[in-house]
Design a protein around this ligand. Structure first.
Ligand code: UD1
Ligand code: CA
Length: 458
């Protein structure tokens, strides 16, 4: 039988080193609050319960993560990591083990968490340690001549010799809950920061004859703590690098894995290619053979097989069918639905509109609140005037319509099947199908007119 285990996540700290009004655990990593990453990983190992100790910016933390099914424990005053765990204690099942995680160490993997809890089940303290290139800022693991851990010394309380130790406390530990309760009750705060350090329980465990087992994570990045914006950026790159690697392993061509940003979920079919500098947010799906050109931003977008998004295009809340040609410099806003073989060219903005198969809107146009039929050609500079200052109105353009350049369609208006509209028209009434309609003042020529040729003296 698997021993039931609790998880306590410490997330009450202010994160003063972030120099930000946003609580540290809400700082974004891959487009989501740091704490949301940790909660997702933690759920997968199916603990008995998850306690989140929160404090600084509490209302904000609770609000942002309101949908999370966890036990929220308030630590009104931040008096140290040991004090934080004490607040959670009354909520923990007293048998079994407790795994303690830090909200600012967000990329820990399921394997690492499972290993620690499995060790602790044998009535010992399981500690996750690492040997980073630079141990500055971390608690150091002190071992005796036999190599056994004797205590953890915080950076601020360490002498020069201790600071030279390279093995650090990642902050993650698992231990029998009953013992944890006993040791927490005996913690003192007589240290350089006047705080109750959770790390002091290690020396207590040693004194009580309880073994300290250490394990190391597969990758040190898993346990990188985030205390300031520099570390946050470092971890963001690490996360993005991992995402890029996964995509490439699935067969996606990522032209430069160091210039890709996925801030949500990105699902790709076969033979997808992503050029440099692209940002994907929310839920994005790219079908087979989709090519995304350089510097595109795609937010909650679904791109059908064989479509090409040329550079500098911005798509949000858009559905693009198969074999479309989009951009460069196209903007597809929420509610855009393009069927197959549609061409949207440069400086074209589309919003809340459906464009049917084979239609082309290639240059400098605005199409909003519209229904565009099949094989329609919308000339350069055409605008649907959908807003009268109070209400939005729809424009309907039926199949096989040809709209000349620089046309304004004053909605609500319908252009019938097969109609042709002459360039430069302002269309205020419905247009009959199959005919030429234009509204254009007659061209005149003024004979005898002379271009001024002398500059007027002032
Ligand atoms: C802590 C460890 C250190 C370890 C490092 C790993 C202690 C005393 N030190 O140091 O050994 O090397 O993490 O990253 O444990 N928190 C609360 N309430 C508090 C204080 C902190 O919830 O009263 C939370 C913070 O929000 C944070 C975590 O505990 O998520 C760690 O606190 P932090 O102040 O960042 O500790 P470090 O100095 O990094
Ligand atoms: Ca920290």
């Amino acid at each position: 039988m698997i021993t039931p285990f609790n998880i306590v996540i410490l997330a009450a700290g202010r994160g003063a080193r972030m120099k930000s009004d946003l609580p540290k655990v809400l700082q974004p990593l891959g487009g989501r609050p740091m704490l949301a990453h940790l909660l997702e990983a933690v759920r997968k190992i199916e603990p008995l319960q998850i306690c989140v100790v929160y404090g600084y910016g509490g209302d904000q933390v609770r609000q942002v993560l309101a949908a999370e099914d966890v036990t929220w424990v308030l630590q009104a005053e931040q008096r140290g990591t040991g004090h934080a765990v004490m607040q959670a204690l009354p909520h923990l099942a007293s048998s079994g083990v407790t795994l303690i995680l830090y909200g600012d160490v967000p990329l820990v993997t399921q394997d690492t968490m499972r290993n620690l809890t499995a060790l602790a089940v044998q009535d010992c303290v399981a500690l996750l340690t690492a040997n980073p290139d630079d141990p500055t800022g971390y608690g150091r693991i002190v071992r005796n001549d036999a190599g056994a851990v004797t205590r953890i010394v915080e950076e601020n309380d360490a002498d020069t010799a201790t600071r030279a130790i390279n093995e650090i406390n990642t902050g993650l530990m698992a231990l029998p809950t009953q013992r944890l309760a006993d040791w927490l009750g005996r913690l003192r705060n007589d240290n350089s920061q006047g705080e109750y350090y959770l790390t002091d329980i290690i020396a207590m465990a040693v004194a009580d004859g309880v073994a300290i087992q250490t394990s190391q994570p597969a990758h040190t990045s898993e346990t990188a703590g985030v205390n300031d914006k520099i570390q946050l950026a470092g971890l963001e790159r690490q996360l993005q690098h991992d995402i890029a690697r996964n995509l490439m392993a699935q067969g996606v061509t990522v032209l430069d894995p160091s210039r890709l940003d996925v801030r949500g979920s990105l699902q790709c079919g076969r033979d997808v290619s992503i050029d440099v500098g692209c940002v994907f947010e929310g839920d994005v799906v790219l079908g087979d053979n989709v090519q995304v050109g350089a510097y595109c931003v795609l937010t909650d977008a679904n791109i059908g097989a064989g479509s090409r998004i040329a550079p500098f295009s911005h798509l949000a809340g858009a559905t693009v069918g198969q074999n479309n040609r989009i951009g460069p410099y196209a903007r597809l806003r929420p509610g855009t639905e393009l069927a197959a073989e549609v061409h949207i060219g440069n400086f074209v903005e589309i919003k809340n509109s459906h464009v049917d198969t084979g239609s082309k809107i290639n240059h400098l146009s605005y199409v909003g609140d519209s229904t565009v039929g099949k094989q329609v050609n919308i000339g350069a500079g055409t605008i649907t005037c959908n807003y009268d200052g109070v209400n939005k109105h729809r424009t309907v353009i039926e199949d096989d319509v040809f709209i000349g350049s620089d046309t304004q369609l004053i909605a609500p208006v319908t252009v019938g099947k097969g109609a042709t509209i002459g360039a430069g028209s302002t269309i205020t009434r419905n247009v009959s199908g199959g005919m030429l309609t234009l509204s254009r003042s007659a061209q005149t020529t003024v004979s005898g007119w002379q271009r001024p040729n002398n500059k007027i003296k002032e």
